[in-house]
Each structure stands twice: as C-alpha cells, then as structure tokens.
Design a protein around this ligand. Structure first.
Ligand SMILES: Cc1ncc(COP(=O)(O)O)c(C=O)c1O
Length: 392
C-alpha cells in the first residue's frame, strides 16, 4: 500500500483525478464544454443551487473540468480550498477587491508584476484603498511598514522581473502580528519549488498561464487558501464574472501533469545559464537565486526546493546591446510571457512592465537594460551556445 501522502510528482499527475467516474469510462478527464447543467427534478435543482448537494448549475460558477483544475492546484499547494479565474490578473484583482474593505491599506513592494502594480496605483485608490510599496526584497522596510498596521501584505517570490526573493515565513510573522493577511504570488516559483501556505502565507495565487500550464496555449489564474477566504473570493468572482472557461482548464490540466519534470529541468537549466552569464565578459550583472552572489541566496536555500526557471541579467553596453542581442537568439521567443517549455526572453519595457512608462519603471527600480530570461526545457548546452552567439 502506497504512503497515504503522495509526493508532489504524483499529485501533479493524479491529483483531483483519482476515484472519479469519468464519462463513458474514459481514462482522461473530459472537456465538459457546457455553459449550463439541466435538472428534471426541481427539488434537486434547488438543492444543488443552494450547495446542499454536490453538482453544477452554470459554468460561470462551477464546471466539472474547471473543478478538477482547482482541486489539482489546491493539492499541489497544500491548501484547504482553491478557486480559479480567466487570467492571472483576474486572480490578483479579485483577491484584492473581494477581501479589502474601503480604505484598507496594503503593504507590498515596488517591482511586483507590472499589472499588479497598476492595480495598486491606479485602481485601489479609486476604492479608497492604498498600497505602500517598499523597496523590493528589503525585509526591514517591509516590517516597519507592516508594523504601522495594514490589512494585507502582498509579495511575489521570486519577483518578476528582478528575481528578488522574499522570506515568506518572516513576512507571515510580521503580517500576523498586526492581524493582516499575507498573500503570495507563486507564479515564478511554482509549488514544485515553494509552497507558501506551508511557510505561513494565508493565500497563494498564480498566473496559471505561466509554469502551471507550461505550454503558452491557455490563460488562467488560481488562488488557494483557507475555505472561508477562498469562499469570499469565489463569491466575488462568480458574480463579477472573470471565470475560467472549460477549454483552457482542460489545457492547463494537461500541462499540469508534467509540471514537476518540466520545472526541475528548468531549475537546472536556469542555473547552468546563470553560471555561464555570470562568467561572460559582456554581462554586467546576473540575478538568479541559485547563485551564491544573489543577495537572498540564503533565504532561497531555506525556502525553495529548486531555484526556479527565471533569471535576469544586464549587459555592460546597456540598451543598444540588448537591441542587438535579443533578435539573434534562435531558441528563445522574444515575447511577453514566461514559464513555457520554450525559452522566452524580453526586457521589462516590452514584457512585465509594458503598462508602465520609462519614468515609472525607473521609480520602481527596474533598469531599462534588464533582460528577463525564462528558461524552457531545451538542452541547456544549446541555450548557452545560443546566448553566447547572441551576446558575444
Ligand atoms: C508574477 C505574475 N503574476 C501575475 C501575472 C498576470 O497573469 P496573466 O497574464 O495570466 O493575467 C503575471 C503575468 O505575467 C505574472 O508574471
């Protein structure tokens, strides 16, 4: 008899899919592309509608394919409950708007993903809220701001695009001391490398478009945490409507089956690429948590099982060198995404922070010459010779 708690590799493959009675004995989860679910028995219809019986009514609320996606991510993150969204930004904004009361204060950092920063700076204030953005990775500054009182602490780890690492257990202690929630965007680490809920975070969310799906063919988002909080977020989403559709859920589920092997390959390739870049004469700096030179290497060693597939670097000759190098890459899409089986590369000005002006990026501490590199599952020696040729 296998151990009661399966490993994360097994959960990625089987999580949410064991013991289910799929349609016509199919071994693979069907794509249930139905907007609604019919009932001849009106009593049963009412019971399902009111949650007294399991079942589905309308796919903006719940759907069988989408429910398995939520269950698999819930198991991978080790959380009590999960709910899903049409995109990662819907997961971010629905979480904030469902949980924050008017006038609430959020403490976060300057270089979260650009869309998230825009929610903090452009939309939260319109609802009377406020976000205080500390220097990224500065735990003392974060703790000082948190101690002054706030409703929520919000961080990514590693951050996009500067690949800084936040100490989740430390921030959870600081947040809980003032009765605040800690929300962690785990998109870049994935549960294979970090499980924020097990480190004390209240909620963990993802752009599932990235590593979870892994194939750049479906968009989605998901948030996991305690039932009471997830229920509130679910209720906000089912009414405001940014629900995940069955077809992307189906594609994301197919991608999730290989999450563990993809991410481990990306971890080891990213480390090899980072070490190569660190020794290259044209490279000014490299940011990768697996390098001893990374300012938060010790935190990363403590809280990460692997250092992730993402890194960033700058070239000594700055922006002109970036413009020359990127189009020369054969094995990287110059495109605004990350976490796929193919390598993706781009500067923040065209990727994570395209929504921000050059002045805003500078104020957020994001250099124009930075290159964000998301390692795919190609042979790392091909990636390195490709980079060598491009920046050489
Ligand atoms: C860390 C992070 N969070 C959230 C998002 C938003 O996700 P989506 O593009 O799926 O809306 C992104 C997108 O790049 C991201 O990198």
């Amino acid at each position: 008899m296998a151990d009661e708690t399966p490993s994360i590799d097994t959960l990625a493959v089987w999580g949410g899919e064991t013991g289910r009675d799929f349609w016509e004995r199919s071994t693979q989860l069907p794509l249930v592309a139905s907007a609604s679910f019919g009932y001849h028995d009106l009593e049963e219809w009412i019971d399902v509608s009111l949650g007294r019986k399991p079942g589905h009514i309308y796919s903006r609320n719940t759907n069988p394919t989408v429910a398995v996606f939520e269950e698999k991510v819930r198991l991978l993150e080790g959380a009590e409950a999960a709910t899903s969204f049409a995109t990662g930004m819907a997961a971010v904004s629905n979480t904030l708007f469902a949980l924050l009361d008017p006038g609430a204060r959020v403490v976060s950092v300057r270089d979260s993903y650009g869309g998230t920063t825009k929610v903090f700076t452009d939309f939260l204030p319109r609802l009377g809220g406020q976000a205080t953005l500390c220097p990224t990775g500065d735990h003392e500054a974060l703790e000082r701001e948190i101690a002054q009182g706030c409703a929520m602490v919000y961080v990514e780890s590693p951050t996009n695009p500067t690949i800084k690492v936040h100490d989740i257990a430390r921030l959870a202690r600081a947040a809980h001391a003032v009765g605040a929630l800690l929300v962690v965007d785990n998109t870049t680490a994935t549960p294979i490398n970090t499980r924020p809920v097990t480190l004390g975070a209240d909620l963990v969310l993802h752009s599932a478009t990235k590593f979870l799906g892994g194939h750049e063919d479906a968009m989605g988002g998901v948030v996991c945490g305690p039932m009471a909080l997830v229920q509130k977020i679910y209720h906000y989403r089912e009414i405001t409507g940014a629900s995940l559709s069955p077809f992307p859920a189906y594609l994301l589920l197919r991608g999730l089956k290989t999450l563990a092997i993809r991410v481990r390959q990306q971890n080891s390739s990213a480390l090899a690429v980072a070490r190569f870049l660190e020794g290259h004469p044209a490279v000014a700096s490299v940011g990768y948590p697996g390098l001893e030179s990374h300012p938060a290497h010790d935190i990363a060693k403590r809280q990460m099982q692997g250092f992730g597939g993402m890194l960033c670097f700058t070239l000594k000759e700055g922006w002109p060198a970036v413009q020359r190098a990127l189009p020369r890459l054969r094995y990287a899409h110059c495109a605004a995404s990350l976490g796929g089986v193919q390598t993706f590369v781009g500067p923040p000005a065209t990727t994570s922070h395209v929504e921000c002006s050059a002045e805003e990026r500078a104020a957020l501490g994001i250099p124009e010459g930075l290159i964000r590199y998301s390692t795919g599952i190609e042979d790392p020696s091909d990636l390195i010779s490709d980079l060598s040729h491009a920046i050489g």
